[in-house]
Write a protein that binds this ligand. Structure first.
Ligand code: UT7
Length: 331
């Protein structure tokens, strides 16, 4: 949707946190039948971060949130809603957002989780926009955090080389200048859900010793199929977001695709005819960190001084569901 009435939300603070432990491709060579060469050429990943046994998703989210609040110049008490996008919650219930509220000492502010696979943070931006522009909330803490390594079968080479753990947080408020979210686009196709899913542990297949023996408590993915849909849908979403913002690819300072695979990232850039130097990638450092990948990228670009006032970024994601979304944003 285009922002016809010109009221916009903006990001007033960003932060991210990754665990200290680094898992390199060389480490993975010792765990499964794989090679640094295969992982690098097929995915672009060189290393990823892994939580310690006692760290959960909300722990990463709390660390990232403290940094985002500090960068926004705000205190925890200034926040009036917490939304956590995640597919790897601390617990099925309460929500990870409630654990984050507790961890931050955020009082009684409402808190809920949003489940939209790797697209969750962009979905959260669109939800937050509605809540801020209709006057329901003033300052929303939107977090994307995942501990994917605990729901990945570390003996399955098809998935264990891909995922990493990370948390990223953003503070969102109404914009009072030209900056902010210019347009958005979001879609889902539930008919393809079983191409990327975690089959066990829910009400469809409750956990039993048998489901554990069958590894149903881990991520299952038909990588090749997901790849094809991802490239097509990310191209579609990015084009639609550009169109509804009334801008063209030439207006973009950076294309920020969800970091699932360097080949998907590059293909999305090619589809949109955005030159490679404008396509942001950090997948070599973190692997696929799902909902955290776009807000980490935004934070890095800003911290490295690569985003200047007035620059337009185009963010686009695809994930389990399937879900896909994009947003054009003026810094
Ligand atoms: O985050 C949002 C959702 N996720 C994605 O968007 C992920 C999308 N998919 C992908 O990124 C890619 O499909 C993968 C990286 C998962 C796989 O790459 P691919 O080029 O699609 O490989 P493939 O699945 O077609 O497998 C090719 C070969 C197979 O061997 P055969 O059957 O040709 O003998 C696999 O068994 O590569 C083999 N293989 C591996 N070899 C070494 C699969 N994983 C590995 C591995 N190391 N880790």
């Amino acid at each position: 949707m285009a922002r016809k009435n010109k009221r916009r939300i903006k990001i007033t603070g960003t932060g991210f946190y990754v665990p200290d432990k680094v898992l390199t491709n060389a480490d993975l060579e010792k765990m499964v039948d794989t090679s640094d060469e295969w992982i690098t050429t097929r995915t672009g990943i060189k290393e990823r971060r892994v939580v310690s046994e006692d760290q959960a998703t909300s722990d990463l989210a709390v660390e990232a949130s403290r940094i985002a609040l500090q960068n926004a110049g705000l205190k925890v008490k200034d926040i009036d809603l917490i939304v956590v996008a995640t597919s790897s919650p601390d617990t099925i219930f309460p929500s990870t957002a409630c654990w984050v509220q507790k961890g931050l000492g955020a009082g009684y502010v409402p808190a809920f989780d949003l489940s939209a696979g790797c697209t969750g943070w962009l979905y959260g931006m669109i939800v937050a926009e509605g809540l801020i522009l209709n006057g329901a909330h003033k300052r929303i803490l939107l977090v994307g955090a995942e501990v994917l390594t605990k729901i990945t079968n570390m003996k399955d080479r098809n998935t264990c080389v891909l995922f990493g753990d990370a948390g990223a947080a953003t503070v969102l408020e109404e914009s009072h200048d030209e900056s902010g979210m210019l347009s958005s686009y979001w879609k889902a196709d539930g008919s393809l859900g079983d191409l990327l899913f975690l089959p066990g542990g829910g009400s469809r297949i409750p956990t039993t010793p048998e489901t554990i023996a069958q590894n149903l408590h881990y991520i299952h993915m038909k990588g090749n199929d997901v790849f094809k849909h991802a490239v097509k849908r990310m191209g579609e979403a990015a084009s639609e977001a550009l169109k509804s913002a009334g801008i063209t690819k030439e207006d973009i300072a950076y294309l920020i695709p969800h970091q699932a695979n360097i080949r998907i990232i590059e293909a999305t850039g090619r589809r949109l005819k955005v030159p490679p130097e404008k396509v942001y990638s950090n997948i070599h450092k973190y692997g696929n960190v799902s909902v955290a990948s776009i807000p980490i990228s935004v934070h890095e670009l800003y911290e490295e001084g690569k985003l200047k006032k007035g620059d337009i970024i185009l963010m686009v994601a695809f994930g389990a569901g399937f879900t896909w979304a994009a947003a054009a944003y003026r810094w």
